[in-house]
Design a protein around this ligand. Structure first.
Ligand code: S3P
Length: 427
């Protein structure tokens, strides 16, 4: 599906963004590993999260969508059954990597695969630690690529030093560790999102935090009610649009403000955006609050590579924002972007250049020189939801019409983004 976007007037009004995708996945998986009922509200009904739900159903978990909630009647991982077919994680690496960790503890065969994008994404990073814990696990291309075949059970706790700052790897090892004999320690990964650790302790797991990591002891999770905040990664598109389009004034309520996810917000402020944050509260171990953004003049920034994990999914959008900022914006230390849903460095640089951006590709990031007046063009987000939505924000400040191909990819994280942009806000 192709969408055509024109530059538009200011974004004005107040809205909520969809529930957090990372937390929704975790509520479904941890709820399915717990004993008792978990009710997670509101649950994100995007394709990625629905992939997680359908995999869990194939494992025999009683799990249903009721209104805006996800209800899981958990009976512990011991109740999971060998699936009779291949588990399909769709486009979602979170589904594949977190479930690989959980399935490493189960004494049956499961095979997990996904779409062509997911089948090209690195899995050695979860295969290695899970194998060290005792799971039999194999994949394509020397065990580096999906599909993964897992025959788990009989796990022993390990100490694992993370090579990449990845929340998905950290989570996979912790979910296996919960079912292992003895303690499991993950070192590193402190800057990567910590939703798994927060939800594990909410559900009664024995976790201890050490200087450079976290230790989990085997145990049983308790099902419970979980309130899910709005997704800051979805909010980011609206905030960026408000900051870029003159006359905008936007209020977003109950947005998740977990510090391991909020890097883009503070970066926008460093660039001059002055986004206000209020009504701060912590609910079910996750902070949330209201964000208020207005149009602002921005200046370029050099991103601290250590902060990259806290804004990893927002970097394609940062490239767009940087085209409108005065001076140079430099992103380095972000080579992980090349192994996301697409090669996001190549994708965002290639497509923004078609719109007239001055952007240079680096092996581990990019350099943008601004400000430039973007011009509408025909662009291809390469099947990647975050690039598609970043290009839609670019279209709002470009001269003429921008045509974005393959818009349907946005369904994996932010169904209704276009409608919200077009009609959901009062102008
Ligand atoms: C996610 C972790 C990040 C992020 C992805 C969601 C998660 O990936 O890019 O969109 O929910 O754990 P990595 O853990 O591979 O960095």
């Amino acid at each position: 599906m192709e969408v055509r976007l024109e530059p538009r007037g200011p974004l004005r009004g107040e809205t909520e963004v969809p529930p957090d995708k990372s937390i929704s996945h975790r509520a479904a998986i941890l709820g399915s590993m717990a004993k008792g009922r978990t009710v997670a509200t509101p649950f994100l009904r995007s394709l990625d999260c629905l992939s997680t739900v359908s995999c869990l159903r194939m494992l025999g978990v009683e799990i249903r969508l009721e209104g805006s909630a996800l209800v899981v009647e958990g009976d512990g991982p011991e109740s999971w059954r060998e699936p009779t077919d291949v588990l399909d994680a769709g486009n979602s690496a979170t589904t594949m990597r977190l479930l690989a960790g959980a399935l490493a503890g189960r004494p049956f065969l499961s095979i997990i695969s996904g779409d062509s994008s997911l089948r090209s994404r690195p899995m050695g990073r979860v295969v290695e630690p899970l194998r060290k814990m005792g799971a039999a696990i194999m994949g394509r291309d020397g065990d580096r690529l999906p599909p993964l075949a897992i025959r788990g059970g009989g796990l022993k706790g390990i100490e694992w030093n993370m090579e990449v700052e990845s929340a998905q790897v950290k989570s996979a090892v912790l979910l296996a560790g919960l079912q292992a004999e003895g303690e499991t320690t993950v070192r590193g990964g402190l800057a990567a999102r910590d939703h798994t650790e927060r939800m594990l302790s909410l559900m009664g797991a024995e976790l201890s935090f050490i200087d450079d990591g976290v230790t989990v002891r085997p145990g049983t999770l308790q099902g419970r009610e979980i309130s899910i905040p709005g997704d800051i990664s979805s909010a980011a598109f609206l905030l960026a649009a408000a900051v870029l389009v003159p006359g905008s004034h936007l209020i977003l309520r109950r947005v998740g403000l977990n510090p391991t996810r909020a890097g883009f917000l503070s970066l926008l402020n460093t660039m001059g955006a002055m986004i206000a944050e209020y009504d701060y509260e912590e609910v079910d171990h996750e902070p949330r609050g209201t964000l208020e953004a207005r149009h602002a003049d921005l200046r370029g920034v050099a991103v601290d590579p250590e902060r990259v994990p806290t804004m990893i999914d927002e970097l394609p959008l940062l490239a767009v924002v940087a085209t409108q900022a005065e001076g140079e914006t430099v992103v380095r230390g972000a080579a992980e972007l090349r192994v996301k849903e697409s090669d996001r460095i190549a994708g965002v640089c290639g497509e923004l250049r078609k719109m007239g951006a001055r952007i240079e590709e680096l092996p581990d990031g990019f350099v943008v020189r601004g400000p430039v007046r973007l011009r509408g063009a025909e662009v291809d987000p390469r099947g990647d939801h975050r690039i598609a939505m970043a290009l839609a924000v670019a279209a709002l400040v470009a001269e003429g019409t921008t045509t974005i191909r393959g818009w349907e990819c946005t369904e994996v994280s932010f169904p209704g983004f276009l409608q919200l942009l077009e009609t959901g806000l009062t102008r």
